[in-house]
Write a new protein. Sequence first.
Length: 389
Amino acid sequence: MSSDSPLPMLGGLSAAEFLRDYWQQKPVLIRGAFPDFQCPLDPDELAGLACEEGVEARLVEAQGPWRVSHGPFDEQTFARLPERDWTLLVQAVDHYVPEAAELLEHFTFLPRWRLDDIMISYAPPGGSVGPHVDQYDVFLLQGLGQRRWQLGGRVPDDAPILPGIDLRILERFEVAPGDDWILEPGDMLYLPPGWAHHGVSESDDCLTLSVGFRAPSADEAIASFADFLGDKLPPSLRYADAGMAPPEDAGELDDAAVERMRRLILETLDDPARLAQWFGRVMTQPKYVDQLVPNEQPTDPAELVATLQDGEELLRSPGSRFAWRDLGNDRATLFADGDGAECALPLAQVLASDAPLDAELLEFDGAAELLAALLDAGSLTWADEFEEE
Ligand code: SIN
Ligand code: CO
């Protein structure tokens, strides 16, 4: 589909219009973004997930002072909760519920590697996490029941937050005129980073899906890129001051010295090819590294070929992340779960899409070895093994 076609889930805006006028800039409410929306799971299933080891879950209680507790929870936790004013939040539901993961395919008008996860919240009436700001873009899709959303506009980084709790609740929150809506199932609110918002459940069973995006901060990016470059730089590449003028005062750190250091740092960092290799790796790093289950026995590529030719299919493991970068000459780097491998460009393109992974892939040179390596790393699984789990 062309980026100029109207998308029903964007309220008839085209991807190009949404990206030009709203993405990272201002909120937009889309009534009926998903008409007749079928929520991918019910409140009991969400509570069940929150009781599982390894699933990131939080409970926010708002009666009396704010309280946050972390999962896994058990039946007693839910039995003691009052009839209102609490919220259960479960992270990365798309990793556990295939129907939730399928929703992500509606968001391919954005790069896939920008997507982070789908968090789902459940709340009885009055449940909320308080007025706050997130540092990421989010689509808040109402799954079940009603939630009232109020927006408070852009907030500076240093806006005061309530002290003493493990939540970043804004001390001051003023609703911007008109930015106050009740969302019904299938309605969706897009929020850019840094926009104050407050969502309160208005019904018995309120489920809200947050489709969140990732964007490394400058702080994280610089530290991580420097770390990536670190082991590739020769020890002889260092501060050098051959030919310098004699110092006027031996105690001074002068402009020329600062400039030499600045050049060393900027010229070393300014390496687009290495930067692309690092960037693909960070953006495909899995949210939970221990969710990747590497194979104990290395896969024999010849056996893999035979199995694919028998009609078996491979699946991308839930939570696995893929992206590709064109290297020219019909070659690419395929990034998978924080790693990178060179391969045929069309092979990388298929792997990083949602197309089926079957025997047709074998027409590409080196496919068997790459697929075996991805299987061994845990980024791919055999479809039949996945269904048995
Ligand atoms: C919620 O679902 O209760 C909170 C989601 C958010 O504000 O980011
Ligand atoms: Co939020």
